[in-house]
Design a protein around this ligand. Structure first.
Ligand code: FAD
Length: 351
């Protein structure tokens, strides 16, 4: 294990923003992770666990303690099938998520194809129950192997124990900062059909007679994501971001009625989708755009992507303070006009 000092964090994030960390360790195995935790404890250093850095806003001051980058590699396919006929993959938390999706698609296994092109690490996917284009990892995660910082034990958490919900799990809510994810196990359907449920995907394949393959679906998802600036393409100005900056609000029936009333006052029809327990999910992008923040809006070094109203982008040289100023402005205006408080999706580090 190599302990590095005073390492800039901006290059470790997709936003390319943030000051240095006092100490930095990259862990490629469980032993390294345990050693780094012991070191942080013995020196009383606050610990931050870093994956691919694609869902972070790091403060301009950086991190005062130890950043532990999880770089545990490996994609292993268990032999045979589970009791539901699924093929099980055990994947190191440090693997690139999109590399694993590619691997699964090449192995003709269905279940994660719509999640193609999402940046970040495998270990990051259970944290906010990554989802897109009609799929989320909660559907395929069988278990998560994690180091429990409460007692130093390595535990296998089954899917139910992870408490998955829309963009949440125990890892970013009730048990935040308790577990370091070491490996994730996914159960996928061999020879399964791709999920073509999402409107953009249906449109993409409209008029086709033969159903698309998993590989074609993966390419379609990546293509649609690129059009929205949601695929990391080196040199592309609209993808220095943390992806969607706000979660889609989940509203109670009463809140939803009030929002609908405000929309009809303005002769607008509100797009909404069913959510759990009689709740309704509404589009955060719709609210942002209808509060005056159109695509391409910006000032100084930060702005809204010209391709997606939900992505705040770093046009080059932006600071975390500038990002937060734009975030505050959007939250305030949306709340004034629509009575809904938008909740940021990225994790704030070192504020
Ligand atoms: C262009 C773009 C598009 C995106 N599109 C989507 C999308 O479609 N759907 C979606 O859900 N998300 C999307 N995201 C957000 C992001 O890619 C995902 O949330 C991703 O899973 C984050 O993983 P990461 O490894 O980068 O985590 P990081 O950003 O490094 O960390 C995020 C959080 O997870 C924790 N964490 C990371 N690894 C571990 C670990 N091994 N153990 C314990 N905790 C850990 C960190 O401490 C932090 O709290 C997008 C981001 C970008 C930049």
């Amino acid at each position: 294990m190599v302990l590095q000092e005073n390492i800039p964090l901006a290059p470790h994030t997709t936003f390319k923003i943030g000051g240095p960390t006092r100490y930095f360790v990259e862990a490629t195995n469980v032993g390294d992770v345990q050693e780094a935790v012991t070191l942080a404890r013995s020196r009383n250093l606050p610990l931050f666990v870093l994956g691919g850095g694609s869902n972070l806003v790091v403060s301009d001051a950086g991190w005062p303690g130890l950043v532990l980058k999880i770089a545990i590699p490996g994609i292993e396919q268990r032999s045979g099938h589970d009791e539901n006929g699924r093929v099980v993959f055990e994947v190191g938390a440090g693997e690139s998520w999109d590399r694993f999706v590619w691997h699964a698609v090449m192995a003709q296994c269905a279940g994660v194809e719509c999640l193609s092109g999402i940046p970040g690490s495998v270990g990051g996917t259970p944290v906010q129950n990554v989802g897109a284009y009609g799929q989320e990892v909660a559907e395929t995660i069988e278990s998560v192997l994690a180091l429990d910082l409460k007692d130093g034990q390595v535990r296998e958490l089954c899917r139910e124990a992870c408490g998955f919900n829309y963009r949440s799990s125990i890892f970013n809510t009730t048990e935040r900062e308790r577990f370091i994810i070491l490996r994730v196990t996914y159960a996928l359907l061999p020879g399964g059909e791709p999920r073509i449920g999402y409107a953009d995907l249906k449109r993409h394949f409209e008029g086709r007679e033969a159903p698309p393959s998993l590989a074609e679906t993966r390419e379609a998802v990546r293509h649609i994501r690129a059009l929205k600036g949601m695929l990391i393409v080196p040199g592309e100005p609209d993808c220095q971001s943390a992806g969607s900056f706000f979660k889609n609000p989940v509203l109670s029936e009463a809140q939803h009625e009030e929002l609908q009333r405000r929309a009809s006052e303005r002769n607008l029809s509100l797009p909404s989708y069913p959510a759990l327990e009689k709740n309704k999910k509404v589009s955060a992008a719709w609210l942002v755009e209808r509060s005056g923040f159109t695509k391409g809006y910006g000032f100084g070094h930060v702005g809204i992507s010209s391709k997606h109203a939900l992505a705040i982008v770093n046009h080059g040289g932006a600071t975390a303070a500038e990002v937060l100023a734009l975030k505050d402005q959007i939250q305030q205006r949306v709340e004034e006009i629509w009575g809904v408080r938008l909740e940021p999706e990225p994790v704030m580090v070192g504020f």
